[in-house]
Design a protein around this ligand. Sequence first.
Ligand SMILES: CC(C)(COP(=O)(O)OP(=O)(O)OC[C@H]1O[C@@H](n2cnc3c(N)ncnc32)[C@H](O)[C@@H]1OP(=O)(O)O)[C@@H](O)C(=O)NCCC(=O)NCCS
Length: 205
Amino acid sequence: MDTIIVRVAIEEDSKYSQEIVDEMASSAKARGTGIAKRTPEYVSTKMKEGKGIIAVTTEGQWVGFCYIESWGHEKFVSNSGLIVNPDFRGRGVAKAIKFRSFALTRKKFPNAKIFGLTTGLQVMKINNELGYLPVPFSELTDDEQFWKGCASCVNFPILTAKNKKNCLCTGMLYDPEWEKERGPKDWAALSEKAKFAEKNVIVEF
Ligand SMILES: CC(C)(COP(=O)(O)OP(=O)(O)OC[C@H]1O[C@@H](n2cnc3c(N)ncnc32)[C@H](O)[C@@H]1OP(=O)(O)O)[C@@H](O)C(=O)NCCC(=O)NCCS
């Protein structure tokens, strides 16, 4: 079983950008669901800015990716574009990437509310484990730039018809205020529960 490293992406990872956007597009097509389209340049920029999380094998094969983006003067941060290479699915890579991206978000934007839009059960499960709650879109950012990202999704006419109140995606939100009562995340315990070591997935926190 290949060893998979999950870490913050760096500029040199731009060599994977084309493969990442191609997989995002073909996976969305295969699922018949909508997706905000990204270009390789956009993905590379996220990597350069230290806002991407990448998974690669120790042999240098691309395994997975997602990125974070801030909105509304850094009041909100979205975790978007989660994609796992089909050859490596079902090994907990999406969970490892989401965990690392959550930790990155908390460090980079400690006061921001974290959110995502998804139609996927796996992502809902992972978000739930991280403490996100499903919310109506009114609780998410009203930053027009964020919602413009939905324009390339096949379901955009529905979002527009609903006046951005809801759509086919579920909005999920995590408010850092909740940590005042619950305390910060214990990544070692969460990683153990997720059995990353057994799956040969190493998350560089
Ligand atoms: C969705 C996706 C990212 C999941 O990647 P993955 O690495 O296979 O996911 P994981 O192995 O980390 O699984 C995460 C959780 O989902 C569960 N899961 C995996 N496959 C599942 C399935 N087919 N149905 C239901 N749950 C499933 C896992 O059991 C795990 O939960 P658990 O820890 O409680 O057991 C991957 O399938 C993908 O890239 N799909 C196309 C793009 C996409 O849908 N992106 C999400 C956009 S929001």
